[in-house]
Design a protein around this ligand. Structure first.
Ligand SMILES: C[S@@+](CC[C@H](N)C(=O)[O-])C[C@H]1O[C@@H](n2cnc3c(N)ncnc32)[C@H](O)[C@@H]1O
Length: 270
């Protein structure tokens, strides 16, 4: 099902507003502007647990990247990365192994300058200002610039991005195209908004506040999310609410973790 969400993604934004900077604000980063903070505060009023979900996904990203590093993966392709700030993939991976390579892909050209600042001097991290719905283009650049070695395992990350790709753009086919280019032992790690009644109500309320043309968000249930893992071996515990995916012993899952409306999963290419 597709619902409009009143928030901005790249060129669909209202003025300079964009999701990456709103996320940065909620994550305690420093790369946001007044328009982002104002809008983020409005979202927090209409859909109060969206900032919480953004933070919970960042914690999950940390757990996933550490898990993948433990499996020996040293290369990451982060699709729809947003700003690589506030504990993003290269910080987590290179903390364990400075030689770990990370390529971020985001079509939001307004974050490019901030990204270059954030990645300055880091020879093992790069940003591609490209639409992820064009895997051929992304893969050609990876090969031409030797950014990743596709003969070695790569973790393809799709965190909080696939709900921005409608079925008409064939997101499952897009993911398959990326994985087909990788070798056995590569991984897919993703999160995806599920059809949560309260989230949808909050988003509907928000879209009634009339802040320009909203982009679409496609909510997918667990069965639809499972299709992204076709042909892969699902890692335990399977496709579960984000707080239930391999929590750290000190993590507090909160009350009724099964109600957290975002699914998480990791699959390995056999
Ligand atoms: C919710 S943010 C993602 C956050 C990030 N993955 C994280 O874990 O914090 C969604 C991002 O996807 C980007 N995006 C949306 N559609 C895209 C597309 N077709 N190609 C590339 N980037 C896209 C937006 O510009 C935005 O920065």
């Amino acid at each position: 099902m597709a619902l409009p969400i009143e928030a901005a993604g790249g060129e669909q934004g209202v003025g300079a507003l964009n999701i990456a900077r709103m996320d940065d604000y909620w994550l305690g980063g420093r790369h946001h502007r007044e328009v982002d903070r104002d809008f983020a505060d409005r979202v927090a009023i209409t859909a109060p647990y969206v900032p919480y979900l953004v933070r919970a996904q960042r914690k999950l990203l940390r757990r996933m990247v550490r898990y993948l590093m433990d499996q020996g993966v040293r290369q990451f392709l982060d699709l729809g990365s947003g700003l690589p700030t506030a504990g993003h993939v290269h910080e987590i991976a290179q903390d364990k192994d400075p030689a770990a390579r990370v390529v971020y892909v985001d079509r939001d050209s307004s974050i490019v300058d901030d990204c270059h600042q954030l990645l300055a001097g880091n020879d093992n991290a790069a940003l591609l200002d490209t639409d992820i719905r064009e895997p051929g283009t992304v893969l050609d650049v990876l090969r031409a610039r030797c950014l990743l070695d596709l003969s070695e395992p790569v973790a393809v990350l799709a965190i909080a991005i696939l709900q921005h790709i409608p079925d008409s753009d064939d997101p499952a086919g897009m993911i398959t195209a990326y994985l087909d280019a990788t070798c056995p032992g590569s991984y897919l790690a993703l999160t995806h908004y599920g059809p949560d009644e309260h989230l949808m109500t909050g988003i509907t309320m928000f879209s009634q506040m009339k802040f320009g043309r909203p982009p679409d968000v496609t909510f997918r249930d667990r069965t639809s999310v499972a299709l992204f893992f076709s042909g892969l071996e699902l890692v335990e515990p399977g496709i579960v609410p984000i707080v239930d995916w391999r929590p750290d012993p000190t993590d507090d899952p909160g009350i009724n973790p099964e109600r957290h409306p975002i699914f998480a999963g990791v699959g390995r290419k056999p």
